[in-house]
Design a protein around this ligand. Structure first.
Ligand code: GLN
Length: 202
């Protein structure tokens, strides 16, 4: 099972490491031609505007859309979640388009500028055991999901209580938080499982 990590900008290495530790063969991916050689793809956190700009420059944006439309399993974390959203509710900082694929509206930097990062335990549907320790860094939240998408996890405390921070739609998975930074492999394992099932593997 080969999983690529889009390596235009962001925390690529951490995802490669977490995927390898979850049993996948993982490598950075930058070119459209490389998309044909992977069974799944991770869109890392970073800055969504920068990743979109570089995706256009590297001529990988349309191939990414085609891959999503073709059913390639994709997991987006933080900025990656924004890229998978069909709609972005954006105040001020412009992001005109995304890759899209998940029927949801995300709000960038939603938790407020004064709160750059924080951690919280989030119960995620489909992840057994303890709640996931979620690290949020200038994170988006999901404003609303359409009928096609399923909310898997929500913030449970504070002013943002009830906000959706994990979503799945078919072969697409997105989290507002960064599981690649905690050493807890369960989100990456969950995604590897999605890839394996799509490949018809056990
Ligand atoms: N704030 C970033 C954005 O809007 C996302 C931050 C992150 O990926 N850690 O793209």
């Amino acid at each position: 099972m080969r999983i690529g990590v889009l390596a235009l900008q962001g925390d690529v290495r951490e995802h490669v490491r977490a995927l390898e530790a979850s049993g996948a063969t993982a490598a950075p991916l930058r070119r459209a031609a490389e998309l044909g050689g992977v069974d799944g793809l991770v869109l890392p956190g970073g800055e969504s505007t920068t990743i979109m700009k570089l995706a256009r420059i590297f001529e990988v944006l349309e191939p990414l859309r085609a891959a999503v439309a073709g059913g390639l399993p994709v997991y987006g974390s933080c900025a990656g979640m924004i890229l998978l959203a069909d709609r972005v509710d954006d105040e001020g900082s412009p992001l005109e388009e995304t890759i899209g694929g998940i029927d949801m509206t995300v709000r960038r930097n939603a938790f407020g500028r004064q709160v750059d990062s924080f951690e919280e335990d989030v119960a995620v549907e489909g992840i057994d055991g303890q709640p996931v320790r979620a690290v949020f860094i200038r994170a988006p939240w999901v404003q609303e999901v359409g009928p096609g998408a399923q909310a898997l996890g929500r913030v449970s405390t504070g002013a943002a209580a009830g906000r959706i921070v994990a979503v799945r739609q078919g072969s697409l998975l997105a989290t507002s938080f960064h599981p690649e930074l905690t050493g807890d492999l369960r989100i990456h394992e969950y995604f590897c499982d999605m890839v394996r099932r799509r490949n018809g593997g056990a």
